[in-house]
Design a protein around this ligand. Structure first.
Ligand code: ADP
Ligand code: MG
Length: 361
């Protein structure tokens, strides 16, 4: 039913006048292409500029530099109601005095749809978001998750070309967040609507996104699929922000097209690599805790400094020649468990070893 639109962001910046005459560069020359029907997340710590980008796309904020296109149209000078976008907010922003039906019908009435059309559209959307039968309730008679469904329905019923989400699940408890993010994912896929989803929650981003845009201090650090940003982080910041990363010193031993060998802890390790680095160059490597195995034999000797049973895993901190590493062994019931103070041996999974391109040790 929706005509999904592409979104093109070109060299977009937003500078706020800050306190004491100091400017705040909230968004710094960001460029981005979002395909029709794609769901991208803007992911990054608080204050990195996510909401500002979203508000510029929606038209609530005017860019300092740059251009925004929705479909083929440059929308910079269009007011929010002319942009073919709809926004879902963290606070739901429902009208407390209107029932669910009227909350969802509100925008359609303003656009002067007939009573019949409104009824058909609202009923279809109620069914889509799983709220059929709730139409006469007031917002305060619904749970948080249900209120967020109403907010989603109210946005979807307008059949916008682009749907914008600003941390829509932040007010929900942990289990409901997981449930609702799966619901949003299903509905987004079903409708096929282009979506930009802002979050600071990495698991939300990983589970929802076609592509994740990692932001840091107004800049894009990396754009990639969930798999790419986890397995091939572009920077130390990304490696550290997504999951847990051991970042260890390494030296390039050999580098040719498609592969690299680095020395880590005095041993050579080879892995796939798409860049060439100078032999002898110091660099850094990312090793995920679950990609290090611990056992009575292995490639690198380590001293266990901490060993914690977490149920699904045994979480270790080990020391290798003064470098601390986090190690996660899943399914510890089936494995030998080491105690703090014991000596163990590590085996590194080469597929999960990633050399950072930019970082110089
Ligand atoms: N209206 C404003 N006036 C001045 N500074 C602002 C304003 N809105 C946001 N900022 C600043 O811009 C930066 C980015 O903010 P924001 O986009 O809200 O970040 P995020 O959504 O990633 O948490 C922050 O440093 C914030 O303090
Ligand atoms: Mg924000």
């Amino acid at each position: 039913m929706t005509k999904a639109k592409k979104v093109t962001i070109k060299n977009l910046s937003k500078i706020y006048p800050g306190q004491n005459g100091k400017q705040v560069i909230a968004v710094n020359h960001v460029s981005l292409d979002i395909n029709p029907g794609e769901l991208v997340t803007l992911l990054g710590p608080s204050g990195c500029g996510k909401t500002t980008i979203l508000r510029m796309v929606a038209g609530f904020e005017i860019p300092t530099h740059g251009d925004i296109y929705i479909g083929e149209d440059r929308v910079n000078s269009l007011t929010p109601d002319k942009r073919d976008t709809a926004m879902v907010f963290q606070s739901y922003a429902l009208f407390p005095h209107l029932n669910i039906y009227d909350n969802i019908a509100y925008g359609l009435k303003i656009k002067k749809f007939s009573k019949e059309e409104i009824k058909n559209k609202v009923n279809a959307i109620l069914e889509l978001v799983g709220l059929t039968g709730m139409e006469n309730r007031a917002p305060n008679q619904l749970s948080g998750g249900q209120q967020q469904r109403v907010a989603l329905a109210r946005a979807l019923v307008m059949e916008p070309g682009v749907l914008l989400f600003d941390e829509p699940l932040s007010n929900l408890d942990a289990k409901l967040r997981v449930y609702m993010r799966n619901e949003i994912h299903k509905i987004q896929r079903k409708v096929g609507i282009t979506s930009i989803y802002v979050t600071h929650d990495q698991s939300e981003a990983m589970s929802l996104s076609d592509r994740v845009i990692i932001m840091h201090a107004g800049n894009i650090e990396q754009i990639g699929t969930p798999h790419e940003i986890y397995m091939k982080p572009a920077s130390e910041f990304v490696a550290d922000f997504i999951g847990i990363a051991n970042i260890v010193p390494a030296t390039v031993v050999e580098s040719k097209q498609g592969a690299i060998t680095v020395k880590i802890f005095g041993k050579d390790f080879s892995t796939d690599y798409d860049k060439e680095l100078a032999v002898g160059q110091n660099c850094k490597a990312v090793l995920r805790p679950e990609a290090v195995q611990i056992g009575v034999t292995g490639e690198v000797e380590a001293k266990v400094t901490s060993s914690i049973f977490m149920g699904e895993s045994q979480d270790y901190v080990v020391d290798v020649g003064g470098t601390k590493l986090q190690v996660k062994e899943y399914n510890p019931g089936s494995k030998q468990v080491f105690a703090a103070g014991e000596t163990a041996f590590l085996t590194l999974d080469k597929r999960a070893l990633h050399v950072l391109q930019s970082a110089k040790a």
